[in-house]
Design a protein around this ligand. Sequence first.
Ligand SMILES: [Zn+2]
Length: 271
Amino acid sequence: MPELPEVETTRRGLEPHLRGRRIRELVLRDPRLRWPVPPDLPARLAGRDVRGLTRRAKYLLLETDGPGLLLHLGMSGSLRRCAPETPLRPHDHLILRLDDGFEIRLHDPRRFGCCLPLPEPPGTHPLLAALGPEPLGEGFDGDHLFRLSRGRRVPVKAFIMDQQVVVGVGNIYASEALFLAGIRPGRAAGRVSRAEYRALADHIRAVLTEAITEGGTTLRDFVREDGSHGYFRQRLRVYGRAGQPCLACGSPIRSRRIGNRASAYCPRCQR
Ligand SMILES: [Zn+2]
């Protein structure tokens, strides 16, 4: 599943090719995404000038001089820029034809992604209105986590993966940041101290930034290549390492289910 770093890498890769371009045509090859793509969307987008491609949580916002697009890559989606003669693949559901002759294609085999009209201002869209702060933006720090967590019994890992608390902290990044902060994922959110939350917030930012930097390297040429992306080859410390020795102390990494997600941790380093 594309996580925040992959979405941000996609944004950074495509933005220079979209900003200032005019949309010639939006082609709906198959509108059956997570929510049906409104049939009048192509007519509303044709001839619009693209102002930019921004991101909110894992949504991409294509802003124009008129209606924009709200895009989500779902479980298996990717966006790819290609020349028009590039053969279409199965699951290329949507094509944005630009005035430079290139196309941006939305590829999504599992169809959990979305493409919806973006209102003005974009933040008023119901999918965006209730979201918490961006982990890499202003308004997110340890004090924010501490304040929201008082009296909460939910496991701290589920708490930091709650989109109303902070957006875009997926399973990998939550697991890694909790390890680095020395906090056990199952501890009640309300039992984590202010100092621990400050360390945790710093580590959340660091692991996401590292992944984005890494993604920029890994996907340097993704715009010309197949547009696919697996998880970034990051140095993972606990995620996916259950049973293997902790890199810090050598104890076997354990795994338990929290909020129906596998949660890896070191029983000695995380308390
Ligand atoms: Zn350890």
